[in-house]
Design a binder for this molecule. Structure first.
Ligand code: ZN
Length: 113
């Protein structure tokens, strides 16, 4: 079933508030995948790569690399890096993806005020 834009918006709000208000931050993958669901509604996507944080994605979502670990499109550099890490049977944990670590910085900055 395809989610409507509003349903997706609500799901993201719920996952983000769970992340913000609980100590076990174990829903990083859900947040990342919801972002992808949201992006599918747009003709052009943001160049921001959720994995490395660089503006390196193609505006056409399907011209980017599909992550091997989450349902989301990442920049081609990250796609190559994932393939190399896969050969070593490892991967970058979701809490170290740029989109999550930047969210953490945002939360820390707010707590310091
Ligand atoms: Zn990247």
């Amino acid at each position: 079933m395809k989610n409507t834009y509003l349903e997706l918006f609500q799901k993201i709000a719920i996952e983000l508030s769970k992340y913000l208000w609980s100590d076990n931050k174990n829903n990083c993958k859900e947040i990342i995948e919801l972002m992808h669901e949201m992006e599918k509604h747009f003709e052009k996507i943001s160049p921001y790569c959720p994995r490395c944080g660089q503006m390196k994605r193609d505006p056409n979502i399907y011209h980017n690399a599909h992550s091997r670990h989450a349902v989301v499109y990442i920049c081609n550099n990250c796609g190559t890096e994932e393939a190399l890490l896969d050969m070593k049977e490892t991967h970058l944990p979701f809490n170290e993806w740029a989109i999550i670590s930047e969210l953490n910085k945002e939360i820390e900055g707010r707590n310091e005020k």
